[in-house]
Design a protein around this ligand. Structure first.
Ligand code: MN
Length: 253
């Protein structure tokens, strides 16, 4: 059995998501052959040399899973594209390029984060090309920590302001881009995240039936795609109820 997840946006401020992820690691992921994380695993990442205690604890949890025998594959998202070899080595995971073709159930499947499919957002695509350039990455990695923190905050605020202003169709994938890239890589199944619109879309590639599976983001619930002999099943699950923080006062008061 193989599990695929994306867009957890892990951060210290969301202990509910963290808990749900650790539960997945201790549960279903243990029995999985491989776990694929298709980007935006962390809400922000400013460098492997600047891991917070929270991020270190996630790194350790991944390492434990990998030591238990589950192979872990990680792809960059638009928020954590600075994750490097240092983290992957410590966490026991393999970094995947975006896009990558893998064999799932004996079928070639194209894996992507999904942001590069949103080509109608011309400004974003331009910025993406710039930010992912090896030279930019080199410079970013060598900036002082303080500057990197500042930049990360700025990027986050800008992306929030922009997505709230733009039409729905900008942040979703460009429909024509889907068959184009699937044909380019010779696949009939594409799996990606990023758009926060979990679904299994059927489409035709010439005479052949094809599908695009969109993983869900973890916010009010978790999402995972399970691949086994039964095929591909996309499912959500509720987070464990939060601890009740309000004090129960005796009724006599
Ligand atoms: Mn994303």
């Amino acid at each position: 059995m193989i599990l695929l997840i994306s867009d957890l946006h892990l951060e210290q401020e969301r202990p509910d998501i963290t808990r749900a992820f650790l539960d997945l690691l201790a549960g279903r992921a243990r029995t999985a052959e491989s776990l694929y994380i298709l980007g935006d695993f962390f809400e922000a990442w400013i460098g492997d040399d600047a891991m917070s205690p929270f991020q270190l604890s996630i790194c350790k949890a991944l390492r434990e899973l990998s030591d238990s025998g589950t192979r872990i594959f990680l792809m960059h998202g638009n928020r954590d594209f600075m994750i490097g070899k240092g983290f992957c080595k410590a966490a026991g995971c393999t970094l995947l390029a975006d896009p990558t073709v893998v064999q799932l159930n004996g079928e070639p499947v194209l894996l992507m984060h999904g942001d590069s499919l949103c080509t109608r957002d011309v400004g974003y695509i331009r910025m993406r090309r710039y930010l992912r350039h090896p030279l930019t990455l080199f410079i970013l990695r060598h900036l002082p920590l303080k500057t990197r923190h500042k930049l990360a905050r700025k990027l986050r605020n800008e992306s929030r302001a922009k997505t709230s202003m733009k039409a729905n169709d900008i942040v979703d994938v460009t429909p024509e881009e889907v068959p184009r890239i699937m044909q380019q890589f010779g696949v009939h199944t594409l799996i990606h995240g990023h758009t926060h619109r979990p679904a299994i879309h059927k489409l035709q590639l010439g005479d052949v039936a094809a599908k695009r599976i969109v993983l869900g983001d973890w916010d009010r619930q978790g999402w995972a795609l399970q691949v086994d002999e039964q095929g591909f099943s996309l499912g959500s699950f509720d987070f464990a109820p939060q601890e009740n923080r309000t004090l129960a006062l005796p009724s006599s008061l």
